[in-house]
Design a binder for this molecule. Structure first.
Ligand SMILES: [Zn+2]
Length: 273
């Protein structure tokens, strides 16, 4: 899953490698995928994108937006592998290939599930709530992402919430998924199912600080270690709470894995309260 930290790095890389390139051809759904969701027909994608130039690349939450001529954009979010490669290395096992005017192509594969959308910003804002939400929030690495804003957006002061509900459901912080959440909670020493009304002020401040710090570290290290960028380099951020580790890097206690609110959350039963 491409979460917010990876999306930032992939955006930088696409900016460097793809800006200014002209799309000469697009080929869609070379391999069927039940969970690859398009907002238009494959024919529309192929027609609309042809002969457009990539003017800029932006990231909002986990959304990666390729800005094209005439206000159009091509948007990706959720679980993808992007491979920027020479045309002769393109396979037929993909859901999209974008061919550029420099003999290179971007081959795009959906892993678990993924959304690909094309349109103008206003069309997309009108028709996709996730897109609209991602573009309306303040980025966690922005200096305007204050502690007060964090509390307000996550509803961390409202009763009947748990910490995972507050931070990683309903797009409260777009792009903050399970992977990023686990490490934020580990460093903040708070459990995912902790009731928010039991949190002390210092714990809320830790959640705020670790949210910014963990996302910043994932970005700085060019993604988490199990994710690849568009040149297929693995990220340099070593995930702390991962299922292959088995025990806590601080106290060596066996880690707990709990299915909770749509996804497994790994935590240390000793360090996290
Ligand atoms: Zn521990």
């Amino acid at each position: 899953m491409i979460e917010i930290g990876e999306a930032k790095w992939i955006k930088d890389q696409m900016c460097d490698l793809l800006c200014g390139l002209k799309i000469i051809k697009v080929s869609m759904m070379n391999r069927e995928h039940k969970f690859c969701f398009l907002n238009h027909t494959t024919y529309d994608f192929e027609m609309v994108l042809q002969n457009k130039t990539i003017q800029n690349v932006k990231q909002n939450g986990h959304m990666i937006r390729l800005l094209l001529d005439y206000g159009r954009e091509l948007v990706f979010f959720e679980d993808f592998i992007f491979e920027y490669k020479t045309v002769e290395n393109v396979t037929d096992k993909n859901q999209m290939v974008i061919y550029f005017n420099n003999e290179m192509a971007l081959e795009i594969k959906v892993k678990l599930y993924g959304f690909i959308m094309v349109g103008t910003r206003s069309e997309l804002e009108e028709n996709d709530v996730y897109f609209k939400r991602a573009l309306s929030v303040i980025d966690p690495l922005d200096e305007d992402f204050t502690y007060e804003y964090f509390i307000q957006e996550t509803k961390l002061n409202e009763p009947k919430h748990t910490v995972k509900m507050a931070l990683a459901t309903e797009q409260k912080i777009p792009g903050l998924g399970n992977g990023t959440l686990q490490d934020i909670l580990f460093y903040a020493k708070v459990r995912p199912d902790r009731k928010v009304e039991t949190l002390k002020d210092f714990e809320k401040i830790a959640l705020y600080q670790e949210t910014k710090r963990v996302i910043g570290m994932i970005y700085q290290h060019k993604g988490r270690h199990m994710q690849s960028d568009i040149l297929l380099n693995k990220g340099g951020y070593e995930v702390q709470m991962c299922s292959t580790r088995g025990f806590c890097p601080i106290c060596q206690t066996n880690l707990n894995e709990k299915n909770y609110l749509g996804g497994k959350v790994i935590f240390c039963p000793h360090c996290q309260k």
